[in-house]
Ligand binder design. Structure first.
Ligand code: ZN
Length: 572
């Protein structure tokens, strides 16, 4: 019988035990007399790594499920403390493998990608940065706890930050405006703390980069993200294409949105509402939604139905928002049990369906590639992971009637419009981080000005009106990734460029496209990003013209569904 989540155990490691295990593994590898012997040692190492990562996942997950629990907080603090020391042990063996005379033999067996990843891990780490890593984790936790502690009294009730989002997309303009006032007043009151945490993070990250022999944290950030087959120049080329091609289409979308809402000028508090009927919302609550999701996955095929039944049966979903629970949504893996786990904060909006199909895509991929030859291949690097999640958002389009009834078509148009609008936001966050780490000495005011510059370039329609804090450049502080996962954010835009290509294909050949999707998921991370993308016949986001098809089809769909005005010529 397969264990349920509530029965999962992953004992906390002791440094001495892991150190002894790893030393034994390193000796055994040196002494192994043949290929079979070396593979046996690597299999043992796999078990150790899977155990440690399961413990890390569970520790962070439980803390996110209840940030107020002392027990979970202490466990997470211990995890944050010991992780850099465990990384040191891990990197020591990886270096041995990288330098081994048997490397060609191992590459033949496991593929060269593992070596590329280990090389990035080794270059991103030096024992001298251990204490800085602990410090970094503490600051990140401070940010998470600060945001999780936010409470808003709104129209007689108390809400958390994720719960407040529903008012930002409320039909009533006044409710939206007032709720955003409350939200940003909270950020304004904590502006000094948010600035201080980020300034310390920037200083620490820059110091660590220099310690490992790199020029700026950007270089270290790329290594941490394990960017194997592209660098800063390719990313800049993609940002430029988004600026040239997507921003003008987004301007059209925003103009049409203002017309539908009957407004002369759109303000930030109108951003999330697309017409006077208000946004489509799922027709039922949490439990109802899970029932529809099972129906949908059963109808889709490709193994998704069986996968989702397993997720429900083994309690691998925590989707309700509640006090003390951290914000956001994510999927994590518990490799010793060979299963993923989905964490989200449902709030009764269409976002519940979007977050859910997104995280289900991540989870399905982990489930499909659990048995690959090497633990490093369980997931690819994150820009590729986000293809699995975002593509599933689009592949589930035909089934949206199950959740939204007659509003399904409206949901689809909004989803497409918001996806296109996301592309420039994603590159803005990315470009901002490049600026931040290029100028680590910048003052908080200068950082806010850098963000404003990004908004002018990539989000020229944004108008914060009388919302004081974001008007002065504070918006970026609500974007968790900037604090918690530097340089992650571009991955969403890179992946979306690929997911939208899946969408274009699925319109013509739904079944074949689902097959290709399952094939992609099953490959896990055995090759780097560009190779995965080319392997399924998509264009990589770094080629000139990568967005041509997507923009043409996207525009055509929006015109056909009456979402934007077709008489307007394609902007040059
Ligand atoms: Zn994701």
């Amino acid at each position: 019988m397969s264990a349920k989540f509530s029965e999962f155990v992953a004992p906390a490691p002791s440094y001495e035990d892991v150190s002894a295990q790893l030393t034994r593994i390193q000796d055994a590898f040196s002494q192994a007399s043949d290929e079979a012997g070396r593979q046996h040692v690597i299999a043992e190492w796999e078990q150790v790594r899977r155990g440690l990562d399961s413990w890390t996942s569970l520790t962070h997950l439980r803390f996110n499920q209840d940030t107020r629990s002392d027990e979970y907080r202490k466990a997470r603090e211990f995890c944050d403390e010991i992780t850099p020391k465990l990384t040191e042990l891990d990197v020591r063996f990886k270096r041995q493998l990288l330098e081994s005379e048997h490397r060609p033999e191992l590459e033949r067996r496991y593929g060269p990608q593992a070596f590329a990843l280990w090389d990035a891990n080794a270059r991103a780490f030096d024992p001298a940065i251990k204490s800085d890593l602990v410090e970094e984790a503490k600051l990140e936790a401070e940010y998470v706890e600060l945001l999780a502690s936010a409470r808003f009294e709104f129209d007689g009730k108390t809400y958390t930050l994720p719960e407040m989002r529903r008012f930002a997309e409320h039909r009533d303009r006044d409710v939206r405006h007032r709720s955003l006032h409350e939200r940003w007043a909270w950020f304004q009151q904590r502006g000094d703390t948010l600035d201080r945490i980020f300034a310390e993070l920037t200083r620490l990250r820059t110091t660590m980069a220099k310690t490992v022999g790199l020029e700026t944290f950007t270089d270290l950030g790329y290594l941490r993200m394990c960017r194997i087959d592209y660098g800063e120049d390719e990313v800049a080329c993609f940002r430029e294409q988004v600026c040239q091609q997507v921003v003008p289409l987004c301007m059209e979308i925003k103009r049409a949105q203002a017309r539908r809402l009957g407004l002369e000028r759109l303000h930030y508090w109108d951003d999330l509402v697309h017409d006077r009927r208000g946004n489509p919302a799922p027709l039922g609550d949490h439990d109802w939604l899970l029932g529809r999701a099972q129906e949908m996955f059963d109808q889709m095929g490709g193994g998704l139905g069986e996968f989702f039944a397993m997720m429900q049966g083994r309690e691998l979903l925590d989707l309700k928002s509640r006090e003390g629970k951290a914000g956001g949504g994510f999927c994590t893996s518990i490799p010793v049990y060979g299963v993923p786990f989905i964490f989200a904060n449902f709030n009764g909006t269409k976002g519940d369906v979007e977050v859910f199909t997104h995280e289900a895509g991540h989870a399905f991929q982990g489930y499909k590639s659990n048995d690959l030859a090497l633990y490093d291949y369980l997931h690819p690097t994150t820009e590729s992971c986000e293809i699995h999640s975002m593509s599933l958002e689009f592949l589930t389009w035909p089934y949206m009637g199950l959740f939204f009834g007659d509003d399904a078509e409206r949901f689809r148009s909004i989803h497409l419009a918001e996806s296109l609008l996301f592309l420039p936001y994603g590159v803005a966050v990315d470009h901002f981080q490049h600026e931040v780490y290029r100028n680590p000495e910048a003052s908080p005011q200068e950082r806010h000005a850098m963000w404003q510059e990004m908004e002018r370039t990539y989000l020229p329609w944004r108008d914060y009106g009388d919302l004081e804090y974001p008007s002065r450049g504070g918006f970026w502080q609500t974007q968790r990734h900037i604090y918690l996962a530097p340089f992650y954010y571009i991955d969403y835009s890179l992946a979306l460029c690929c997911a939208l290509q899946f969408w274009v294909r699925a319109q013509q050949d739904p079944e074949g496209t689902l097959g290709t999707y399952v094939e992609l998921c099953s490959r896990g991370g055995e090759v780097p990003f560009r190779e995965l993308v080319r392997g399924i016949g998509l264009r990589t986001p770094f080629e000139n013209g990568c967005l041509d098809d997507v923009i043409a089809h996207g525009r055509e769909h929006l015109v056909r569904s009456g979402w934007i005005d077709g008489s307007r010529s394609v902007p040059e």
